[in-house]
Structures are given as structure tokens and as C-alpha cells.
Design a protein around this ligand. Structure first.
Ligand SMILES: [Fe+2]
Length: 291
């Protein structure tokens, strides 16, 4: 077969201390909908067809347990498994997956021993019409990585990702037409930075941000428009300290995209992170929770 590759970002899995409270926040404030509950895990969906975009597992304080990635079919999963194993990655044997969505896949560990599950054949939903204030899907995850360039190379070489842009402190890599599915940022602890949920429009992002504000969760950074990815953003901190983002208008790229390097992304300080020059920097509270 052609070189197997990852073709999408499915979901993230958060460990939480109080499942009922976390579920209520993500339903009432963030705009997700429970798709299934079993075995101490709540699976939350957006309006898109993905079975879930966020899983909450009860068991303790903040920890990103896993990032779930898509491959096109079982053959691609097997191809990726053999390639990753052959090139020395830490992997668990491919097989049928448990959990509410089912499917077939394997666990892959990155250079910092973080878990990703690469899967195919999961249950799906009929996509709902885009809502005026609810997320469609998980758009990207950002992970702190002591050696981000080596980490990006692993995903490019083993999993078929492509480098879209590299700034002085972040690598943006993609596995679909979305500008990035994962970004690795240079912070010397291999921890979770944040993840972003795609809103259908700028207007929907504002409705969501308004609902969060009225619920007692002010915007910690934004509203602004990022440089790499050209996406609109508004960042928040959830009740357990996870930094979460509403995003919209993510740049769509193809093979013709000219990969940006740090010199291409130099900006004056007032435009660092926000092309509009409107958003002040991230709050101290948000910065504390992205480390
Ligand atoms: Fe982001």
C-alpha cells in the first residue's frame, strides 16, 4: 500500500477528579453533548460526525491521558503500526479497541512517553447542522516538548505528518488540510499546553465566549487572530485547570503551502500571537496552567 499515514485528529482524553462536575461544565458551558457514558468515562461529542471529541475519565487531578488520531482503515492502522514498531517507537500491539466508540487501533508513545491511539472503524454519528454557539470538532492540541524539533520529526517520519510552520518556539504539524492538528512548543516539561475546539464561524466563537463569560469563565487570552494558521482564538481555563480554546477560520493548506520558518514569523511585540493587535497577552492564570 501507499505509505500509511494519520489522516485526522479525533479527540483528547482528560483525567478529572469529579466526573459529574466536569461533564456538567463541558455540556452547559462549553457546548458539547454527551454521546456515551461507561466505566467511569464520559464521551462528549461536537456537532460533527466524530463519535466523541473529548473523553473525561474520573481518577485524579489534571492529566492529559491520550490523544486519539485517525487512520483511514484497518490496513492503514496495521501499516502504521508495523512502520512505527520497525523504526523503534514504543507501541502496543494493534487490536480491537474497547470503549464506547469501538474500532481498531494501537497505542503509540512519543519521545516523552505520551500516549496517542491511532484508530480506524470507530462508531460515528450523523453530523448535526452547525450550531450558532457549539463546537464542531477538536481542531488541535498543543503539547509542551523539551525537544520539539525531534518530536515533530518523529511524527513526520513515522506517522506521515507534515510540517506546516516553524516559529522560534513552536512547530505546527498537520495530518489533513487543517493548518495544524498538533503543535509542539518549547517548554522543558512534557506537559499538556492546551487544546482547541473548532467553532463554525467567528460569530459562533463570540457566542461561545459570551456564554463562558456569563458562566463565570472569562476569556484568558483573546479574542485574537493567530499568525500561523490564521485562526481566530479565545482561550479559557476550565474548572480543573485545563486550558481550552475556541477557534474558527483555521487556514486550509495543501502541498502548495510554503513551509514557514522562524524568520518568516518574526513580528513586533504588539503583534506576537495576534495579527489584529487587539488581544493582550495570555493572562498570568492561563500561563500558569499551560506549564
Ligand atoms: Fe491553540
Amino acid at each position: 500500500m501507499a505509505d500509511p499515514k494519520v489522516t485526522g485528529l479525533r479527540s483528547a482524553e482528560f483525567r478529572v477528579p469529579d466526573l459529574a462536575a466536569a461533564k456538567k461544565f463541558y455540556e452547559d458551558c462549553w457546548g458539547l453533548e454527551t454521546a456515551a457514558e461507561e466505566g467511569g468515562t464520559v464521551y462528549l461529542r461536537g456537532t460533527g460526525s466524530e463519535h466523541h471529541v473529548l473523553a473525561l475519565r474520573e481518577g485524579g487531578d489534571k492529566k492529559l491521558l491520550r490523544v486519539n488520531l485517525a487512520a483511514d482503515d484497518k490496513q492503514a492502522v496495521d501499516g502504521l503500526y508495523e512502520k512505527a514498531k520497525g523504526l523503534g517507537a514504543s507501541v502496543d500491539a494493534a487490536g480491537d479497541l474497547g470503549g464506547a466508540a469501538g474500532g481498531y487501533g494501537f497505542v503509540f508513545r512519543d519521545l516523552n512517553d505520551r500516549e496517542y491511539c491511532i484508530s480506524a472503524g470507530l462508531a460515528t454519528h450523523a453530523a448535526q447542522p452547525a450550531a450558532k454557539d457549539r463546537p464542531i470538532k477538536l481542531s488541535h492540541v498543543v503539547l509542551n516538548s523539551p525537544d520539539r524539533e525531534a518530536q515533530s520529526e518523529q511524527f513526520i517520519d513515522l506517522l506521515g505528518f507534515k510540517l506546516t510552520d516553524r516559529t522560534g518556539f513552536m512547530d505546527f504539524i498537520r495530518c489533513s488540510s487543517d493548518h495544524h492538528a498538533i503543535a509542539y512548543t518549547t517548554i522543558n516539561t512534557p506537559t499538556f499546553n492546551h487544546c482547541a475546539f473548532e467553532m463554525p464561524s467567528h460569530d459562533a466563537l463570540m457566542f461561545g465566549a459570551g456564554r463562558m463569560k456569563q458562566s463565570g469563565f472569562p476569556t484568558e487570552w483573546g479574542v485574537g487572530r493567530h499568525g500561523p494558521g490564521n485562526n481566530i482564538f479565545a482561550y479559557f481555563v476550565d474548572p480543573n485547570g485545563y486550558v481550552i480554546e475556541y477557534t474558527a477560520e483555521v487556514e486550509q493548506v495543501d502541498e502548495s503551502y510554503k513551509v514557514g520558518m522562524p524568520a518568516d514569523w518574526e513580528r513586533p511585540p504588539e503583534l506576537q500571537g495576534d495579527n489584529w493587535g487587539f488581544a493582550d497577552g495570555a493572562s498570568d492564570r492561563m500561563r500558569a496552567h499551560t506549564k
